[in-house]
Design a protein around this ligand. Structure first.
Ligand SMILES: [Fe+2]
Ligand SMILES: [Fe+2]
Length: 492
């Protein structure tokens, strides 16, 4: 087990080192191409050697800066612990911004037209940092978006004259874009975030222009900055699918699309395993309530719950929720055979999540939704085998991994709570609460929640939310009057 972990750690370090070297190489080429323009005085000092010496020195400086910046934050702030993929994504975005800043500063002032009257420095207000900061906030989180805004502002200010007003404007516009783009779940809100960012950018540009250069260019500065803010929404909308495809992220907008029951995989689940579909909808309702109670992501919980058991589509009759009126097929199977079929739904679910491009966040939750918990329903049946030492209790466990995020943990608990509550016949509220508490305690004591950031307070809040929803669901049905003499017959 520890060998496997060491191997995985070595592979991960190797991947991170490769990504670091690749990023450094790209930066080096970039600085080689533009070195003389960036640092003309150094170019003079090094003479013809400048492109090489300058490019290497600048690459080392940038690498040191990014490593220290994100490394320090990652060690101290839980939400900034970046995977290699995230680091590569942020480096790529920094490079994109660097190129865009260079293009804006080199190309636009040279366009022959009425633009000749506009001083070149004013084009810095068109550097599209707000759009990129929005994308980072949407795909990662606000803490990383703040760090990215600072790092990208410093780097792209260097590409655009490296003056104080430029740096201050980039910091302001990036922060404004990121702060207005939290929990965006549709295109309209994305566009609205850009509209709300525009006046802040315009005001910032006008005041900075006035402070550093006087009143002559303030209207152009304000106009360019407003255009930058307004364009941030549409630009971020265009960038999101590219980043999702290239880096395997899943934005809330994508989650909203997946939540539609017209999704082909949900259609299959509905038609081929209707019992599982119903179970998934109830688990989604529970998980959404649990996530809202502890400020986790309710949308991710609902969508991942809808898909968590899609691996059952190929063999629906082996799962109790689809066996109504057909008898239990496991009565004629050996416990070992039943175990193989049941365990396979997790692996199959991950495969289908990849096939239907559900994104890494949903696929990871599918993989972790049973953790390494026991197959309790077959344990009794397998007792003779275990007593004869022909099998051990451990072989009747799911292979894991255990939930690594709060959302995955909530779905694991909601899944087990729904199954346990289903077996209760017309339960009292106290009975539902007792069942939920038993499920939560069992998962906690079995070590299933050891790898995620759930506190005991979170577990209590999630359990309370589940009990409320389950109690409401089990008492929601009103008996339909058979004779037509009941209260419904009075409705016109
Ligand atoms: Fe499952
Ligand atoms: Fe399930």
């Amino acid at each position: 087990m520890s060998d496997t972990k060491n191997g995985a750690r070595r592979r991960s370090s190797f991947r991170e080192a490769s990504i670091g070297l690749l990023s450094a190489a790209v930066f080096a080429v970039l600085f080689y191409l533009w070195g003389e323009e960036l640092l003309p005085r150094s170019a003079g000092r090094f003479g013809r050697m400048f492109p090489f010496v300058g490019a290497v020195a600048l690459t080392l400086a940038v690498a040191l800066f990014l490593t220290e910046w994100f490394g320090f934050a990652g060690r101290e702030v839980r939400k900034v612990r970046l995977a290699a993929r995230d680091f590569l994504f942020l480096c790529s975005l920094s490079l994109v911004l660097f190129f865009l800043a260079k293009a804006v500063m080199d190309v636009l002032p040279a366009v022959p037209s009425r633009n000749t009257a506009i001083p070149a420095r004013l084009f810095v207000y068109l550097i599209p940092l707000p759009a990129l900061a929005m994308v980072v906030r949407i795909l990662l989180n606000s803490e990383v978006a703040i760090l990215f805004t600072v790092a990208a502002s410093v780097l792209s200010a260097a590409a655009a004259f490296g003056r104080w007003p430029t740096l201050l404007f980039l910091l302001l516009s990036g922060t404004a874009g990121a702060s207005r783009s939290g929990r965006i779940q549709d295109r309209y809100r994305m566009l609205l975030a850009g509209v709300l960012t525009a006046p802040i950018c315009a005001l910032g540009a006008i005041t900075l222009e006035l402070a550093f250069h006087g009143a002559a260019g303030i209207w152009w500065a304000g106009l360019f900055a407003a255009i930058n803010g307004l364009a941030a929404g549409p630009m971020a909308l265009g960038l999101l699918p590219v980043a999702e495809y290239a880096f395997g992220y899943t934005s809330d907008i994508r989650l909203m699309e997946l939540a539609s029951t017209r999704h082909p995989l949900l259609q299959r689940l509905m038609l081929e395993a209707p019992g599982t579909f119903h179970h998934s909808v109830v688990v989604g309702t529970l998980a959404e309530a649990g996530a809202a109670a502890i400020h986790a992501n309710p949308l991710l919980c609902r969508v991942a719950a809808l898909f968590h058991d899609v691996g059952k589509v190929g063999k629906p009759q082996y799962f109790s929720e689809n066996q109504a009126g057909t008898g239990n097929i496991h009565d004629i199977l050996s416990p070992g055979m039943s175990r193989v079929v049941i365990l396979s739904h997790v692996k199959e679910g991950v495969r289908m999540a990849k096939e239907y491009r559900l994104g890494d966040r949903v696929a990871e939750i599918i993989e972790q939704h049973h953790g390494s918990s026991l197959l309790y329903c077959f344990l009794d049946k397998a007792q003779p085998l275990i007593q004869d030492r022909r099998a051990s209790e451990e072989t009747f466990r799911y292979p894991g991994p255990c939930p690594r995020t709060r959302e995955a943990a909530i779905i694991m608990l909601a899944d087990a709570a729904e199954a346990a509550a289903r077996s209760l016949k017309d339960p009292a509220i106290a009975e539902v609460e007792e069942t939920v508490t038993r499920i939560v305690n069992r998962a906690y004591l079995d070590g299933q929640l050891n790898e995620c950031d759930m506190t005991l307070r979170d577990l209590h809040a999630v359990g309370q939310a589940f009990s409320k929803v389950l109690a409401a669901l089990s008492h929601a049905r009103v008996d339909y009057p058979e004779s037509g003499k009941g209260p419904l017959s009075q409705v016109p």
